[in-house]
Design a protein around this ligand. Structure first.
Ligand SMILES: [Zn+2]
Length: 162
């Protein structure tokens, strides 16, 4: 027999052939000792490879260890990012200075802004722990709202200042 399907044998052994191709190879293997030998060799090689990768299989506790490490890193990065919250805190200090200068009538507004900053920091730290990419958006948003409140405070100060 001349047309040995040697190039198909590997696919046959890896079960990558459709039913028709499979049947063709099987029919050929029944009557061709040469291809039977090649198929046996390929099968042997395959089982050796599987054996090799089987020994490389990850230890069972690896997943737990990876998850724990990810948790630890998320917590660490959340901590690092909390220190970036110093930026709105500087703004808050500036606001405090304004209040000291302009008197107690702005305590209520201050309390609202402070409450907002607290909420923003709380939300930011929690979001950062799960989805770091969102944290920047939250920070930008809170910075924007903070700037807006600062702007409206200035407007208010201008309209009520003597
Ligand atoms: Zn053959």
């Amino acid at each position: 027999m001349n047309d040995h399907p040697t190039e198909w044998l590997s696919a046959y052994i890896d079960r990558e052939l459709d039913a028709e191709e499979r049947a063709k190879i099987e029919r050929h293997l029944l009557e061709c000792e040469s291809c039977q030998a090649v198929a046996a060799e390929l099968m042997d090689m395959r089982s050796q490879v599987e054996d090799f990768y089987g020994r490389l299989e990850a230890p069972r506790e690896l997943e737990q260890r990876v998850l724990k490490e990810l948790d630890r890193r998320a917590a660490a990065s959340a901590l690092t990012k909390t220190s970036t919250a110093a930026v709105p805190l500087v703004g808050l200090a500036a606001l405090l200075a304004l209040i000291v200068v302009y008197g107690a009538s702005f305590w209520k507004l201050f309390a609202i802004v402070f409450q907002f900053l607290l909420t923003a920091a709380y939300v930011a730290s929690h979001v950062a722990a799960s989805i770091p990419a969102v944290w920047g958006t939250v920070l930008a948003l809170s910075a924007g709202i903070f700037a807006l409140s600062g702007w409206s405070l200035r407007r208010m100060l201008r309209s009520t200042a003597p």
